[in-house]
Design a protein around this ligand. Structure first.
Ligand code: XMP
Ligand code: MG
Length: 183
């Protein structure tokens, strides 16, 4: 790829092809597990959008989609532990089978909060599907039903993930050079 975003990357962690293959597998597993049911996918804005678009098309069941936005890191790379709802759902989740779709689980604080919040609305079930899992930095355990890839403590960008709103449109996942965010 010939763009200047490439120069900010140390390496490519997962290629476009690897992502597509893994998402096919996740979609097949979800399709089997939810057979006969309808799914309400809840995407966590904004990082999960690209993953969610591909995942939804890998599931061979009726899928409704909705979104929530919660406070995130902004331009810093460590979690404040403070979670705020910036945009709530448009749909009622009562009696629905909710599948939360996340780009990456890091400290777990965001999803821990979201799970509690969504359970209080009386859905039929809630499961989590995350593209990436960074267990080294976990502060609170969250139950992950579907995990794309477990990764070391790298700061990753691409395929929806950003640094200061940049790199989301890279079709692969890459590791940012430390000097890109330290400097
Ligand atoms: P938690 O609450 O699990 O936060 O600490 C998860 C959210 O943090 C962001 N995050 C990242 N974003 N590259 C990113 O672009 C990363 O390596 C990274 N690690 C965490 C992300 O928004 C995620 O939803
Ligand atoms: Mg996110």
């Amino acid at each position: 790829m010939s763009n200047n975003m490439m120069d900010d990357l140390e390496k490519i962690l997962f290629s476009e092809e690897e992502l597509a293959a893994r998402i096919k597998e996740l979609g097949a597993a979800i399709t089997a597990d939810y057979a006969g049911k309808e799914i309400l996918m809840i995407g966590v804005l904004r990082g999960a959008v690209i993953f969610m678009a591909d995942l939804a098309r890998a599931i061979d069941l009726p899928v409704a989609i909705d979104f929530m936005a919660v406070s995130s890191y902004g331009a810093a790379t460590s979690s404040s532990g403070v979670v705020r709802i910036l945009k709530d759902l448009d749909e009622d989740v009562e009696n629905k089978h909710v599948l939360i779709v996340e780009d990456i689980i890091d400290s777990g604080l965001t999803l821990n909060y979201l799970m509690d919040n969504l359970w209080s609305r009386k859905p039929a079930s809630i499961k989590i599907c995350t593209l990436l899992n960074k267990p080294e930095r976990r502060k609170v355990e969250v139950p992950i039903a579907y995990n794309g890839f477990t990764i070391p403590d790298y700061f990753v960008v691409g395929y929806g993930l950003d640094y200061a709103e940049k790199y989301r449109n890279l079709p692969f996942i890459g590791v940012l050079k430390p000097e890109t965010y330290a400097g």
